[in-house]
Design a protein around this ligand. Structure first.
Ligand code: NAD
Length: 244
């Protein structure tokens, strides 16, 4: 066991109210590409840059191109929760973790069994008709040919995902900020902390320990009590969950 893992074990043993704040890097070990790693989506070559494709303007003006990218690269319906998702669900069941705040849209925390998950950027699993509001699941969208259309009124179906230029859901933000502000330990992992306003929510933390687990450096490294450069699933799977 390395000194870093020992310190992380100690912090988790002594914490009563942990909040986990994560991003796309939490799901790379499940085979879902992130945006900013070397093999992430920003470094692949598309007709349009990914940040432009997943924007509101692009969705409205080039809906077909949006869906081609989104279905192919962002809807990984066969992905399974990895060791990070599973550990966090166990930590919640053990009464030590109060919430997961995620920028991910893949639903893998819930699939692993986590109950309190604040999805800041929505979910690929919720989709609705832009005209009549009818709901559709992810399979419906993924299997649709071209742009998915409502089975009732034939208008465009949109994912309940927060695209660039769109606002975050207020209730989700309130819940996430409230959880972070009450936590005694904040674990930040698998995020470049480059997407705002989400990245700014970590500033509401008032507790004792900030732990960072990330493959590359982030703007929060300097404020962390413990910064581990590594894979989040690999790191967390070395921790034993002890209950009192
Ligand atoms: P990002 O791509 O900007 O950054 C990912 C970070 O995670 C990088 O710093 C990278 O070094 C690190 N990383 C990658 N794999 C890791 C691992 N196994 N362990 C530890 N660190 C790892 O991601 P972001 O900060 O979440 O911002 C991207 C935006 O794109 C978010 O808003 C998110 O909603 C969205 N997105 C979501 C998914 C998903 O739902 N799985 C996938 C891609 C993008």
């Amino acid at each position: 066991m390395t000194d870093e893992i020992k310190k992380l074990q100690e912090i988790i043993d002594n914490s009563r109210n942990i909040v986990f704040f994560g991003g796309a890097g939490v799901s790379t070990e499940s085979g879902i590409p992130d945006f900013r790693s070397v093999d992430g989506l920003y470094n692949l070559k598309y007709k349009y840059p990914p940040e432009q494709i997943v924007s509101h303007t692009f969705f409205i003006s080039r809906t077909e191109d949006f869906y081609e990218f989104y279905k192919d690269k962002m809807m990984c319906l066969d992905a399974k929760p990895n060791r990070a998702h599973i550990f966090l669900a166990q930590l919640e069941r053990a009464g030590k973790l109060s919430a997961v705040v995620t920028q991910n849209i893949d639903g893998l925390h819930q699939l692993a069994g986590s109950k309190r998950v604040y999805e800041l950027h929505g979910s690929i699993h919720r989709n609705y008709c832009t005209y009549c509001g009818k709901s559709f699941n992810a399979e419906f969208v993924k299997k649709s040919v071209g742009v998915p259309k409502c089975t009732e009124c034939h208008h465009i179906v949109k994912p309940d995902v927060v695209l660039y230029e769109e606002g975050l859901d207020e209730k989700t933000v309130r819940g996430a900020v409230n959880a972070i502000s009450k936590a005694d330990t904040l674990i930040i992992a698998g995020t470049s902390l480059a997407v705002y306003p989400a990245a700014g929510f970590i500033n509401y933390f008032r507790g004792s320990n900030i732990v960072l687990i990330n493959l590359s450096s982030t703007s929060a490294d300097a404020h962390a009590d413990l910064a581990i450069k590594g894979k989040v699933g690999e790191v967390l799977s070395q921790i034993k969950i002890k209950t009192d």
